[in-house]
Ligand binder design. Structure first.
Ligand code: FAD
Length: 309
């Protein structure tokens, strides 16, 4: 049983199915993806959760290559601008950042295709889930609401909130950049050009806030901060706002997953808190379960000499 149809839960469920095991996925939302969230705003998808993803490992690279072949992802940029207390710094070269023309949520939908995902099911506790092995594939504070012993992990990992604000402009009116890190700013962490990311050049920016400005009513302050940092000539209209109470852990574990009183916890709290780490964590939890089950099966299996007559 996998609870959570974010990328970790979906990766876990896919591995279990590849290994011939029965799986059910329960998701409280109406769509898959969790923090891979690309709701439609003004007739086009806008990434309000993860801004992009990177690839460092060949196994995840294979999945991404398949998406690329099918036109689901595109290499976006390896350069992000850096704004900070000192004047506008030169672009910062970094890893290849990937985006999705249909929004990153479309990748979760692709992973979910064909999986037995039950949407609109908010799991409140473990009672009623039967005796199946359970993977809680979600931020630890959410896991703790289902399985209290996970609270210790939640406290330890110290999850931080963030507010995502999509801003629409009459026309593109900013310096030519794909995205920017904003260093040491009270309000902003990143600003991304969603039109550049999507490839349609729509005049839309998405800003993510520091934990201190992760409250629903902060959109006006976010708009003003974006205008000031990018020296924009006019104000943007707030097109969408999404608060993430558990955006990222300050102190993720590096263990791949955790086992807490018989329940597995998976997600980006168990690696570098990124899309790729969540995928790996889900796979690692799936391998743990399938390994245990095949171990139990072979222990149960009679040896040749004991074969029933
Ligand atoms: C603002 C923001 C910006 C980010 N930017 C980047 C970035 O640029 N690059 C990058 O790589 N990563 C980024 N990330 C991180 C990335 O989004 C995550 O690492 C990844 O999506 C985590 O996936 P997950 O499956 O672990 O968790 P989630 O996506 O959170 O999935 C958990 C799922 O569990 C479900 N759930 C929770 N509780 C229950 C319950 N009781 N019953 C049923 N279902 C439940 C939730 O609805 C959700 O669908 C960003 C995240 C945020 C919030």
């Amino acid at each position: 049983m996998v609870v959570g149809a974010g990328i970790a839960g979906l990766a876990c469920a896919r591995l279990l199915i590849e290994r011939g095991l029965d799986v059910r996925v329960l998701e409280r939302g109406e769509v898959p993806g969790g923090r891979l969230a690309s709701p439609e705003v003004d007739g086009r998808p806008v990434d309000l959760g993860a801004a992009y993803f990177t690839v460092s490992d060949p196994a995840f690279g294979t999945v991404v290559a398949g998406w690329h072949e099918r036109g689901l992802v595109r290499p976006w940029t390896s350069r992000f601008a850096v704004y900070g207390p000192s004047p506008h710094s030169p672009d910062s070269p970094g890893p290849q950042r990937w985006s999705a023309p249909g929004g990153l949520g479309s990748l979760a939908a692709d992973l979910a295709a064909g999986l037995p995902v039950e949407y609109g099911v908010a799991v409140r506790d473990l009672a009623g889930l039967g005796d199946a092995r359970v993977v809680l594939a979600m931020p630890a504070p959410q896991a703790a609401a289902v399985h209290r012993p996970a609270a210790a992990v939640a406290v330890d990992q110290d999850w931080q909130p963030s507010l995502a604000v999509a801003l629409r402009y009459p026309a593109r009116c900013w310096p030519d950049f794909a995205g920017a890190f904003v260093n040491d700013h009270p309000v902003l962490i990143t600003v991304c050009d969603d039109g550049d990311r999507r490839g349609d050049r729509a005049p839309v920016l998405v800003a993510h806030t520091t934990p201190g400005y992760a409250w629903e009513d902060a959109a006006a302050q976010v708009e003003a901060a974006v205008r000031e940092v990018l020296h924009l000539p006019s104000a943007g209209a707030v097109a969408a706002v999404r608060r993430w109470p558990h955006a990222r852990p300050a102190h993720p574990y590096s263990s791949g997953f955790a086992s807490v009183e018989g329940v597995l916890l998976a997600g980006d709290g168990f690696g570098r808190p990124r899309v790729e780490a969540a995928w790996h964590s889900g796979r690692a939890a799936g391998r743990e379960i399938s390994g245990k089950i095949s171990g139990t099966e072979s222990a149960k299996k009679p040896s040749t000499g004991d074969a029933p007559r």
